[in-house]
Design a protein around this ligand. Structure first.
Ligand code: ZN
Ligand code: ZN
Length: 162
């Protein structure tokens, strides 16, 4: 059992997402509490019907521009805090060059995005060792807290912490 800081309750270790940074390798909020935090930030995200979910999120974004701006700002600051080295403005090109410019899941070469394998929201770092190439379709299917690594050779790029 591990103590969840958010819910102030004890949850079996399997109920926590992994975190490379934590001493025990687990996040400090349990998965359910993480989900509820996320739910408060993005109402409509967990709707069953995906189209409805997207529509609700889009509408919510439109009617809450200041919340979106605050979220973006926070995300930017989190990214900055979790970036151990300066990131070039053209880092996407560098990642495409390094990994090849095709989706690592489905192989598409259209509409490519850079995905953070361990999401930034989950403490993932903004570094090439935590990036993979996914097309927008595959990236959208990957949920916020999903940490699937689609790279064929992930271990070579695990960051060595000095
Ligand atoms: Zn909890
Ligand atoms: Zn794809």
């Amino acid at each position: 059992m591990k103590y969840c800081k958010k819910g102030k309750h004890h949850v079996p270790a399997e109920g926590f997402n992994k975190s490379k940074k934590a001493a025990d390798g687990l996040q400090s909020y349990c998965r359910d509490c993480q989900k509820s935090v996320h739910k408060e930030t993005w109402p409509g995200f967990y709707e069953e019907n995906r189209d409805k979910r997207v529509e609700n999120t889009t509408q919510w974004k439109k009617s809450n521009p200041e919340k979106v701006a605050a979220y973006d700002k926070k995300r930017y600051e989190t990214i900055k805090a979790q970036t151990p080295y300066p990131v070039l403005p053209d880092y996407k090109e560098v990642v495409f060059e390094f990994y090849g410019a095709s989706c690592m899941k489905g192989g598409s070469t259209q509409d490519l995005t850079i995905d953070h394998i361990i999401p930034i929201a989950n403490g993932g770092e903004h570094g090439i060792w935590n990036m993979q190439v996914l097309c927008r379709t595959c990236n959208n299917k990957k949920r916020e807290l999903d940490q699937t690594d689609y790279r064929p050779w992930p271990r070579l790029l695990d960051r060595k912490v000095a």
